[in-house]
Ligand binder design. Sequence first.
Ligand code: NAD
Length: 296
Amino acid sequence: MTARVIDGKAFAARLRDRIADHAHAFEERAGRKAGLAVVLVGEDPASEVYVRSKARATVEAGMASFEFKLPADAAEAELLDRIAKLNADPAVDGILVQLPLPRHMNEDKVIAAIDPNKDVDGFHVVNAGRLAVGQHGFVPCTPLGCLMLLKDQLGSLEGLDAVVIGRSNIVGKPMAALLTRENATVTLAHSRTKDLPDVVRRADIVVAAVGRPGMVRGSWIKPGAIVLDVGINRVEGEGGKTRLVGDVAYDEAKEVAGAITPVPGGVGPMTIAVLLRNTVVSAYRREGLDLPKDAI
Ligand code: NAD
């Protein structure tokens, strides 16, 4: 059996179209565009690429993009001051501070300074807590994108066995919380998990978010399982060129799985689409306007 390939790029494009419709409707009703502010500290080339593509996607979706760049040696107080201004700015619905920050800054302190009701990345402890107890808040973009792909594939996740590999605050833990909310039976595996291949073999749903190229082998996958590969790893390919691979040994796993996301073109494109979704949801909430339930 060869797995269905889950086209995250196409799914994300459709999601972005729906978000653009809601963003335009918001503008008509609120008399202003929904706005996302992105703050970049330093000149990390990968971060610059991410920030540029987030800004471009924001404008393409009919929202306002506000970009702020601070030098790598900026004082932490300067960043906190910028965040305070964005918290107070009524034109800003979402605030994103691009991580990682320079070493002299305390990431926890910086994230804690963001108004939780503008924290469209869902990294603030208040939003982590809301997710844990089942209240409305903001859910981190990558795991929420994974959930959307899973529901599109499976409909209901109720009673299914799900294994999440990796327990980071931005992917693994919120992914486990979302799957629990959907009534899956969830195992959160990590670097100290014993007999990981056996644990994964039980799963109807596998989400790999480890950061180790090709770690999850085809022989670990239960036939027919749905495999989402969050990993983005740069490895040296033919002719010394770098290429992107996931955490799953794709060629092996696709012979066993029922459906699988490729890298690139699977989970990756969902992250920015969900960031836009969270921003437009924030805009509707902040203006006290109703967004149709499950609209996006
Ligand atoms: P992280 O380094 O913060 O966490 C990795 C987790 O993997 C840890 O919880 C650790 O316990 C676990 N782990 C490490 N080695 C393991 C092993 N041998 N067996 C089992 N578990 C092990 O990483 P992260 O931020 O969660 O990111 C994970 C991967 O996802 C990375 O490749 C990252 O680039 C990618 N990522 C992609 C997106 C996207 O698609 N947009 C977003 C975020 C992260």
